[in-house]
Design a protein around this ligand. Structure first.
Ligand code: BGP
Length: 455
């Protein structure tokens, strides 16, 4: 197989609350991640991987690894401790140093502006249900553009908005209605459209786009009912979140599903125009696994509300795929699904694609020889990179690939037990230890991949 273009952004990713630590240091306000309840024996995010204090050493390692790009997120409440109002100069100074260190190391910074860490003060005022949060987000992003826009060429608006909406813990536990969740989603789509429009009006040369989690869903069989179920599923899991930033309007099939479920968002006057005016330059997306769905004909009279396993009675239900192996944490592994997803995305949208996350979580341990032998990660990443390279040769415009994660970070729900990094961080859920960094076997393997242009 041939190489990828020489300007390809070989990268790796993290997110602020999962990697930085210093969760209330130097004026940072709490985010919803700092106030949420965590499962037993699972670390909080107070120290995380302490990237806040170790970032110089981390970037030196990224440089040794040969990264061409580092995708990280900016913590909204580090810049604006209550989400709006007074700027925290120490917050700007931290990201100034981080961005400058990347550039000095020849690493392109790719910035996510919001990665699951809404400032808690905004959450207390209603969160995304409150339309005022839209303007707060736009004002925050303008501060980032004004301050870092001269050095940052790649901006991502919202990480995995679709997972925040579809796998919303408050909805699944019954504390929030499904309609409320899609109303919040609508407000996030408006906020994103406004920010994209603003970025374009400010006339920067860089690129901006959304960063959902996208995975093409297969029908469980060739039965037409299953194929229709897969279409419904793709519309609400994938296209709902990309048709808006690419075409400036909701995907009609997704909207008809929301209407059938009686959870369609209310549009205020002018909303359709706002969505139409914020068209992205690139599509960034995270890919971990595919989905398989079947028709779902339940008892008559059952409500059309989604359930925790991503099923909607009368439309589709998620099933496991007998052709796929699983990770030790139960996630299906599907590198060909990655290639299929790349083709589907490019066929539908014809926009440059940037992969912002792809990786495998496992229980890595420091071996007696002082190394971390993560062959399973090398296998996973290698299979996915091969399929991506194949898709590029088949005509898909992919501008970069970021593995998740550059170094071990605290997992969204499973603490430090579930590690994704190319670099090991010496701590556990219960012991902070010395936080020393150890390149894993996958680090040296990825170094070779980058050096050889993907081969
Ligand atoms: C994505 C998130 C990341 C990251 C990753 C792995 O959904 O954008 O923040 O954590 O998934 O997920 P987890 O940590 O739950 O295994």
């Amino acid at each position: 197989m041939g190489k990828v273009p020489s300007d390809f952004l070989w990268g790796s990713a993290t997110s602020a609350y999962q990697v930085e630590g210093a969760s209330l240091t130097d004026g940072k306000g709490p985010s919803v991640q700092d106030t949420k309840k965590l499962p037993a024996n699972t670390t909080d995010f107070k120290v995380a991987s302490d990237h806040y204090h170790h970032f110089k050493e981390d970037i030196a390692l990224f440089q040794e690894l040969g990264l061409k790009a580092y995708r990280f997120s900016i913590a909204w409440s580090r810049i604006l401790p209550t989400g709006q109002g007074e700027v925290n100069p120490a917050g700007l100074a931290f990201y100034d140093e981080l961005i400058n260190a990347c550039i000095q190391a020849g690493i392109e910074p790719i910035v996510t502006m919001y990665h699951f860490d809404l400032p808690d003060a905004l959450e207390q005022a209603g969160g995304w249900a409150n339309r005022a949060t839209i303007d707060a987000f736009v004002a925050y992003c303008q501060i980032l553009f004004d301050h870092f826009g001269d050095r940052v060429q790649y901006w991502l608006t919202i990480n995995e908005q679709n997972m925040m909406v579809l796998a919303n813990e408050s909805v699944l536990s019954g504390r929030k209605s499904v309609q409320q969740s899609f109303q919040e989603n609508h407000h996030m789509l408006l906020a994103q459209a406004k920010v994209i429009k603003l970025y374009h009006e400010l006339d920067y040369a860089g690129k901006i786009g959304p960063a959902p989690n996208i995975a093409y869903a297969y029908p469980a069989s060739s039965a037409p009912e299953d194929i229709l179920a897969a279409q419904w599923f793709n519309s609400i899991r994938n296209w709902l979140f990309l048709d808006v930033p690419v075409y400036g309007r909701y995907d009609p099939q997704a909207m008809s599903l929301l209407q059938a479920m009686q959870v369609a968002p209310e549009f205020a006057s002018g909303d359709a125009e706002i969505l139409a005016a914020g068209i992205c330059d690139i599509i960034a997306f995270n890919y971990y696994n595919s989905n398989t769905v079947a028709a779902n004909m339940p008892e008559k009279g059952q409500a059309q509300t989604p359930t925790a396993d991503f099923s909607v009675p009368y439309f589709f239900k998620s099933v496991s795929n007998p052709h796929l192996a699983k990770t030790e944490f139960g996630w299906e592994i599907d590198p060909i699904g990655f290639r299929i997803t790349l083709h589907e995305l490019y066929n539908r949208y014809h926009k440059p694609l940037l992969i912002t996350e792809n990786g495998i979580g496992g229980r890595d341990e420091l071996a007696a020889d002082g190394k971390i032998h993560d062959d399973y990660r090398i296998q996973y990443l290698s299979a996915h990179i091969q399929e991506m390279t194949q898709a590029i040769h088949e005509g898909v415009d992919v501008i970069g690939y970021c593995s998740w994660s550059a170094l071990d970070v605290v997992s969204t729900h499973e603490g430090m037990r579930k590690r994704y990094g190319l670099i090991y961080v010496n701590r556990t859920d219960t012991e902070l230890r010395d936080l020393k960094r150890y390149p894993k076997d996958s680090f040296y393997w990825y170094q070779g991949v980058i050096r050889n242009g993907g081969v």
